[in-house]
Structures are given as structure tokens and as C-alpha cells.
Design a binder for this molecule. Structure first.
Ligand SMILES: N[C@@H](CCC(=O)N[C@@H](CS)C(=O)NCC(=O)O)C(=O)O
Length: 208
């Protein structure tokens, strides 16, 4: 059984979606970020940077932090969504999400959505970067059905919950047809719908 320590955020949803996709038995242990539970000494033992998500695989007592590493671990355990012949491509698009899409859209959320008016420089900077991310993903998805290949993979699972915040971004998902089609297709997957509401029954991927 997998224990998922998480909060209801895009990084948290990556893992609930993955667990639904592979059909592993799991339970969720909520880490309340608004109460700073991520800084509890017990939690820091499994998450040295005080971040969700983390999993414990109770079958072998393996503890894993960092959502990209967790996705790779679960993909290797299940033999799903990390096809050997596309592995280099999957790794590249997964790293793009981990190193760039998540951190930059995260800053865009901070300045544009949560704290508008605090810094025009930061608002403009992360808006432009986020729009460029939409453009780059759209261009990639004009060449293949999914990010790494024509097959759905952990690179798509990592990226999807970030694009699911498109209403916060004010960039206009509908202006990026390939990205919008990819988003709509993934948002209809049963596992994605289930994984999305892992903490809130009423949560669902918002339509473009
Ligand atoms: N690179 C990490 C980022 C994780 C992350 O930033 N988690 C956020 C929630 S989405 C968090 O735990 N924030 C709590 C804090 O920063 O205090 C991953 O992908 O797992």
C-alpha cells in the first residue's frame, strides 16, 4: 500500500492521478500547508525541503520525495506510462515540467493570481514566461499526440495539473489549439477525474 502525503495542489495531484492510472492501493495523509504542517520535524524526516508530495511504499518501506522521482518510481513499479522506447523523450519532457513549467507557472500564480499589484516587474516577467511555456507546449503538441510521443506518459501527468490552472493564468488556453486539445483529452480520462478530486469530491479539471 502506498501512503501519499499531500495537499490539494498541482504537485499533489500529479501523484493521485498517477496512482489512479496504475490502479495501486493507496491512502492519502493530508499535510495542511496553511497550518505549516510541512515544517513538522516528523515530516522533514521524509521531506528534507518541507514540500509535498511524498510517498511511503509500505510494502518495502521506501520513502520518496520530489514529484518527478515519485512518478518514475511508480511507473517503474507498475511497468506503466514510462515506455522503454520513449524513455529519453519522457525524461526530457518530465524534466521540462519539473525544472521549468512548474516553477515558472508557480511564480505566475504568486504574482498574478495571489498578489496582483505587488510587483509589476514580476507580474510582467512571469506572465511572459508562462505565455512562452504555453507556446512551446503547443508547438510540441502540434508534432505528437502527447508530450513525449503519441503515447500518454508520466510527462503528461506531471504537466496536466499545472495547465489545469489555466483560469488563473489569463493567457487564453483556447488560443493554443494543440495544447487545448491535449488538455481536453486528458481531462476526460477517468483516472484523471478521480485523481483530481482526491481531497475534494467537488474538484474537477476546469473546461477550457
Ligand atoms: N519540486 C517539488 C516541488 C514541491 C512543492 O513546491 N510543493 C509545494 C506545494 S505544490 C509545497 O509543499 N509548498 C510548501 C512550502 O513551500 O512551504 C516537487 O515537484 O515535488
Amino acid at each position: 500500500m502506498i501512503e501519499l502525503f499531500s495537499a490539494d495542489t498541482p504537485n499533489g495531484k500529479k501523484i493521485s492521478i498517477m496512482l489512479e492510472e496504475i490502479g495501486f492501493d493507496y491512502k492519502v495523509t493530508k499535510v495542511d500547508l496553511s497550518k505549516d504542517e510541512q515544517f513538522n520535524p516528523e515530516f522533514i524526516k521524509i521531506s528534507p525541503l518541507s514540500k509535498i508530495p511524498v510517498i511511503i511504499d509500505h510494502k518495502n518501506n521506501e520513502k520518496i520525495f520530489e514529484s518527478g522521482a515519485i512518478l518514475i518510481y511508480l511507473a517503474e513499479c507498475s511497468g506503466k506510462l514510462y515506455e522503454q522506447r520513449y524513455r529519453n523523450k519522457i525524461n526530457q519532457w518530465l524534466m521540462v515540467q519539473m525544472g521549468y513549467v512548474g516553477p515558472m507557472l508557480g511564480q505566475h500564480h504568486q504574482f498574478h493570481h495571489y498578489n496582483p499589484g505587488k510587483s509589476k516587474f514580476a507580474e510582467d516577467r512571469y506572465f511572459t514566461i508562462s505565455r512562452n511555456i504555453y507556446k512551446a507546449l503547443d508547438t510540441r503538441l502540434s508534432e505528437s499526440n502527447y508530450l513525449a510521443s503519441d503515447e500518454y506518459s508520466i510527462a503528461d501527468i506531471a504537466t496536466f495539473p499545472w495547465i489545469a490552472r489555466h483560469n488563473w493564468h489569463d493567457i487564453g488556453l483556447e488560443k493554443f489549439k494543440y495544447l487545448e486539445n491535449w488538455y481536453t483529452k486528458i481531462s476526460k480520462r477517468e483516472s484523471v477525474i478521480k485523481g483530481f478530486k482526491f481531497m475534494n469530491e467537488k474538484d474537477f479539471p476546469p473546461l477550457p
